[in-house]
Design a binder for this molecule. Structure first.
Ligand code: ZN
Length: 126
């Protein structure tokens, strides 16, 4: 999927959906104040055009690093119901900084549905 990543000419801040998804996931992590500071300054530098909602993130390197032993310390699954494949969220941290928010449908088909993250099941992986 990453072959369809498109770099934005003008990096943007996180939109409300991206931000609330990350906030819901990091709530379950230790020392998440560091990540909260990072999301407030994170910029979206590229998006994916495959039909998923994955974005690449960049955070100023002067902020405190978030030290964890996994690239994906937390993930979340949102069921869409019916015959639809669930949506998987994975938060990637590289060298202490938020690097990618991966949002994809588990059967790799485009996401056309509303995603109600209030139903999200969060799993900490560290
Ligand atoms: Zn994609």
């Amino acid at each position: 999927m990453s072959n369809l990543k498109r770099r934005l000419e003008q990096p943007r801040g996180l939109n409300r959906f991206e931000k609330s998804s990350i906030i819901k996931m990091i709530k379950h992590l230790p020392d998440n104040d560091i990540l909260t500071t990072q999301i407030n300054q994170a910029r979206v530098v590229s998006v994916c055009d495959c039909g998923c909602k994955t974005v690449d993130l960049r955070v100023p390197f002067n902020l405190d690093k978030y030290i964890c032993n996994r690239r994906v310390p937390v993930e979340m699954v949102v069921e869409l119901g019916g015959d639809l494949s669930p949506i998987l969220f994975q938060l990637h941290v590289v060298d202490g900084y938020l690097n990618e928010l991966e949002i994809l449908k588990l059967d790799s088909t485009p996401i056309c549905e509303e995603i109600d993250i209030s139903k999200g099941a969060v799993e900490v992986r560290i």
